[in-house]
Write a protein that binds this ligand. Structure first.
Ligand SMILES: Nc1ncnc2c1ncn2[C@@H]1O[C@H](COP(=O)(O)OP(=O)(O)OP(=O)(O)O)[C@@H](O)[C@H]1O
Length: 331
């Protein structure tokens, strides 16, 4: 298990990390999300040992991570780290050899990963001739070429086209399936929601919410999705008379909440009113086609929890966010 305990890191007067802790189990994909400047890159760089921590520790299977373990980590840095004027194939072989692979093994791994990531035809090109997306595929190959025991990837999906996103997602799933703990940061929350076993939301240097997608969604505010066969004015008036303030359904027009002529879709905070009273109010506007509990998606949770943690010096309440005390991450 990869364990990060109580990291603190300051740059001058700025405290970038404030007691950040997380655990990633073998075979698990952990999504590391947070606003710009929250501290994700700083924490990942400390995990890799390319940045020192002021206090706290990073351990692998109970032992502090040393140079030997670090050599076996696959890392994709945010600032990317390829040599622009070096050929893709030679560069990957070079990285593989740096991590201790023999020549034949390095060549074999380079061929395997460039094939898998769809850049085999570019092996003899200098990196700078590749599109940014293809450079990113090569960067992922560089993180994988030495068959790492841990994967730490800083925004691996940013700027990728949908095909490349699928290829990269499948690679991460396969690596996790083979028992590797995978941690990656991303601002693409729909992707994180689809791909990750667990997610940690970082705000101002600490994890403010953490759990499986299911746990996080269930801990969010319950809502009711309503679809009523009546015009919006009529539906809003009927609900207002029952003391409810409906919101537009953010999923309207998707396969979860298809639009139809004459159908009004709204979301109601389930804590505002009991189900029976809500149903009566909706029926007074027209036939009710849908009346279903709705759990918030990661993007909604993210906004709630990050806003809840916004005060300059977070209070205990703010630090806990909307999910209550952070759960122990042990399984
Ligand atoms: N070398 C550095 N010197 C000074 N400040 C730094 C340094 N590295 C990071 N910081 C600051 O530490 C804070 C955390 O930055 P970090 O890059 O870890 O955030 P992040 O969560 O990765 O953000 P993003 O999503 O924008 O990549 C920011 O305020 C950043 O400006």
């Amino acid at each position: 298990m990869l364990e990060v305990q109580d990291l603190n890191k300051s740059f001058g007067t700025l405290q970038a990390l404030k007691g950040l802790s997380l655990r990633v189990q073998p075979g698990e994909i952990f999504g590391f999300v947070g606003s710009n400047g929250a501290g994700k890159t700083t924490a990942m760089r400390i995990m890799l040992g390319v940045l020192s921590t002021d206090s706290g520790r990073v351990s692998w299977n109970g032992k502090e991570v040393d140079d030997d373990v670090r050599r076996k980590i696959g890392y994709m840095p945010e600032e990317r780290g390829l040599y622009p004027k070096m050929q893709v194939g030679r560069q990957l072989e070079y990285f593989a050899r740096l991590h201790g692979l023999g020549k034949a093994e390095a060549t074999r791994a380079t061929e395997q990963w460039t094939d898998r990531l769809g850049v085999a035809g570019r092996r003899n090109d200098n990196v700078q001739k590749l599109s940014l997306g293809n450079q990113q595929r090569v960067q992922l190959a560089a993180a994988l070429v030495h068959d790492p025991i841990i994967l730490v990837l800083d925004e691996p999906f940013s700027g990728l086209d949908p095909v490349a996103v699928d290829v990269m997602s499948q690679v991460l799933k396969d690596k996790a399936k083979s028992g590797v703990p995978v941690i990656f940061s991303s601002h693409q929350l729909d992707l994180v929601e689809r791909l990750c076993d667990r997610v940690g939301i970082v705000s101002r240097g600490s994890i403010v919410a953490e759990g499986t997608i299911h746990e996080l969604r269930n801990a969010g505010k319950p809502q009711i999705a309503l679809a009523v066969s009546a015009g919006p004015d009529r539906v809003h008036a009927a609900l207002a008379s029952a003391g409810v303030k409906p919101q537009p359904d953010p999923l309207e027009g998707t396969s979860d909440a298809p639009s139809a002529d004459g159908l009004t879709r709204v979301i109601v905070d389930a804590e505002e009113i009991d189900d029976q009273a809500l149903l009566r109010a909706a029926l007074s506007a027209g036939p009710v086609h849908e009346f279903a509990p709705r759990r918030p998606h990661l993007a909604d949770l993210f906004k709630d929890v990050v806003v809840a943690a916004q005060p300059e010096e977070p209070t205990q309440k703010g630090r806990r966010g909307i999910f209550g005390r952070r759960k122990d991450t042990a399984r």
